[in-house]
Design a protein around this ligand. Structure first.
Ligand code: AMP
Ligand code: GLY
Length: 431
């Protein structure tokens, strides 16, 4: 099969690496891709959000299958547009992608079908939102812009003053654009967070190995929220008992709810969960693989990713095996100093040969923001590389990932030094 992967970060690199293991995978392309992905796939410089140009390119190159890996093209209906020209694609159609693209849609779905989540109200009038918030006696409150906001449209407000400022930023100043026309105001939940990505064909859901993201920029979960500074899999808080409850109370009800609403979800549905004292609850849904969750989950997949993906598209997931190997994976993100606010690009990266660490079979370097300039690999984004190690245990995977990361250098490199620490603590408690 001739395959196109839409996107250009570490997640897309991980998908490409996994797809290439399939005997059925022929020529593979990535658009827009990046410098490091260029060692594994042909790259075509088309913006992931340019649906028209992407579909024209897919037709012209006669791709057999397209994997739309990024949220915004899914929300814009790229899968629908590809279907119109007869090209099958992995990912939800526009209607199903609303589960991520509209928080109001997602919250109303959960309320209607009794899926556990934080209590909430939605508002399109800033004055009404503020009246509601001022009358609250439980703090903090969480304010979320309705639409896609690059993971930044969530504010946790400790008091009325912060909430007033938040409503102003989102609804009046339109800090996140039209995303802020509607807001969700919700209850603050506590407990460890777990990411569970799942494959679904709209009828059957098969969860992948669980994972844990580290969203804050600095050690000790301090600093600004980022796209994710590192991940581990499996997540020790996702015990067999929690997994069973999630399947019964969250995963199956969500798949059935989407079917009942007339927008069955096909692709990778990402459950962002919090394990609260009252049980697991949904913090958010994403309509795609997580980044950098994919960089630890896919290396543990034993089954053939292309077979599983086409089964999701074709509605035959029930008969398709989705198996993960034992052991653990850890991914440490190497970012540009200053990320997620302001950072420089074009710094030379040393330590890698054709994008990988020579002599480290158990380590894969996924490229998130790199470019090749005059034959040199340079930084080209906030998150630059994701260094993933797979081993028999989490401590071993973390040790290998950090050893490998220490062999890579670029000016003003920033990484967290405590990825997996909480997971290790939880494992020790369980023992
Ligand atoms: P989201 O973009 O919805 O995943 O939110 C980003 C982060 O904000 C989450 O990963 C949580 O850490 C935090 N968060 C979101 N909603 C809540 C909530 N209701 N209670 C506590 N923390 C939350
Ligand atoms: N790592 C979180 C996300 O992909 O949304």
């Amino acid at each position: 099969m001739k395959i196109l992967v839409v996107g250009g970060g570490g997640r897309e690199h991980a998908i490409i690496r996994a797809l290439k293991k399939s005997p059925a995978c022929g020529e593979i392309w990535c658009a827009p891709g990046n410098g490091g992905i260029g060692y594994d796939a042909k790259c075509k410089d088309i913006k992931a959000t340019d649906v028209e140009a992407m579909v024209a390119f897919a037709k012209q190159e006669a791709f057999d299958y397209v994997v739309v890996a990024q949220d915004d093209p899914l929300a814009l209906g790229m899968v629908d547009a590809l279907a119109e020209v007869g090209i099958p694609a992995f990912g939800p159609d526009r209607a199903a992608a609303r589960i991520e693209a509209s928080k109001v849609f997602a919250k109303d779905l959960m309320k209607k079908y009794g899926i556990p989540t934080a209590g909430y109200e939605t508002f399109d009038d800033p004055a009404a939102a503020l009246d509601f918030i001022r009358a609250r006696d439980r703090w903090p409150v969480v304010i979320k812009a309705d639409g896609l906001a690059l993971g930044k449209g969530v504010l946790i407000c400790e008091d009325v003053r912060q909430a007033e400022e938040g409503i102003k930023e989102i609804m009046l100043d339109k800090k996140f654009g039209a995303s802020g026309n509607h807001v969700v105001v919700e209850e603050f939940l506590t407990g460890p967070e777990v990411s569970v990505l799942s494959f679904t064909d709209g009828k059957v859901v098969k969860p992948m190995v669980s994972s844990m993201d580290h969203k804050r920029a600095n050690d000790g979960d301090t600093g600004l929220n980022t796209g994710g500074m590192g991940t581990v899999a499996p997540n020790p808080y996702y015990t067999p008992d929690v997994a069973r409850r999630c399947m019964e109370e969250i995963f199956l009800p969500t798949i059935r709810a989407m079917q009942a609403e007339g927008c069955p979800f096909k692709g990778c549905l990402y459950f962002g969960l919090m394990i609260t004292p009252d049980g697991p609850k949904v913090i958010e849904y994403n309509c795609r693989f997580g980044d950098p969750e994919a960089q630890v989950v896919l290396p543990l997949l034993d089954s053939d990713l292309l077979t599983v993906m086409t089964a999701c598209t074709g509605g035959t997931l029930e008969d398709t095996e989705v198996r993960f190997r034992d052991g653990a994976a850890a991914c440490v993100i190497l970012a540009s100093g200053g990320y997620p606010v302001r950072y420089e690009k074009g710094k030379e990266i040393t330590g890698l040969t054709e994008g990988q660490l020579p002599g480290a079979e158990d380590v894969t370097v996924y490229h998130a923001g790199t470019a090749v300039q005059d034959g040199r690999l340079v930084t080209a984004g906030g998150r630059v590389l994701g260094v993933t190690a797979v081993a028999d245990s989490l401590p071993a995977a973390l040790e290998r990932a950090y050893q490998a990361a220490d062999r890579i250098r670029f000016d003003k490199m920033h990484r967290r030094s405590d990825i997996g620490r909480r997971a290790l603590q939880a494992l020790n408690v369980q023992e």
